[in-house]
Design a protein around this ligand. Sequence first.
Ligand code: ADP
Length: 335
Amino acid sequence: TFRIFLRGPEDVRILSKPPPWESWNIGRILLLGAVLGLGSLAWIGFLRHQVSRRTTELGISNTRLLAEVEERKRAQSELSRTLATEKELNQLKSQFISMVSHEFRTPLGVILASADLLSNYLDTLTPEERAEQIADIKQSTCHMADLMEDVLVLGRVESGKMGYHPHAFDLQEFCERLIDEMLSATNRRCPLPLTTEDIATPSRGDETLLRHILHNLLANGVKYSDAGRPVRLMVQRAGNNAVFTVSDQGIGIPAEDKKYIFEAFYRGKNASDRPGSGLGLVVVKRCIEIHGGTIQLQSTENVGTTVIVQLPLFRPAGETDMINRSDTAPAPQLP
Ligand code: ADP
């Protein structure tokens, strides 16, 4: 320890200033550094915690947003589907109205005219003329009844009321009866020769569905053929299937119409001069689907049309009622 006594400031001579750190207290510096370091570490930890919390929150809201987007997409596609169905239904409704007003007006006019003629001039008409008027009334009424039948059958099919109710029946007898009915319903406009091959074995199927199928195909054959032209029905057995071939030599279907003729209310370009609803083939197709069968159509304009329908009418017992309907496409709904 030294003690220096100075007499006055003049005794002090500063040689050079010491560097500033010499006056620092190392301990304090270290303490400060440690405090700062620990503070920074704590701050970084806090920030990291905040970031991870925000990341988790963002992740959750992102998932929620994605789910919402998905939900909206689903709702949107459902809405578009509903709109498309509604559009289709509206279109079908207007087609239905136009078909009914167009196809019913002519026969109604005929009925009214014939009824007027009969009531006003009954006494003056010859028996042949009376019979002719009565035949006109009958034909027009049958035509309207056929149209209504198509509409009602399709309505029943679409509402699921037309089920598959199989039972054993004699196919040969069924076909002969049907041909007789068709001949009388069409006033024997065209001959309907029937050929059968190997169908004597007991068959099992839904007669109602089969009747709708063959009635429509034969009626079309007669309607789209000139009077006197034969419309042939051939029935053969092929394994478990009965193969029905309906062929005519009528006006045929124009190539550009072929892909649409199974659509409701669609009628071929060359068919407008003949009465029809455009529903017959839709009914045929739906009944075939319910019966687990297939349909093929070959047609050449001005040459003729052949329709081949295969139905499983000869399946061994036990297999009989297993109709696979999974591949049936939904048909258009009626208004
Ligand atoms: P519709 O006969 O009442 O018009 P369909 O659904 O039975 O209705 O037939 C749809 C269309 O297919 C008909 O309008 C016609 O153009 C065509 N078509 C069906 N069958 C025949 C056929 N045998 N010959 C010619 N055209 C046919």
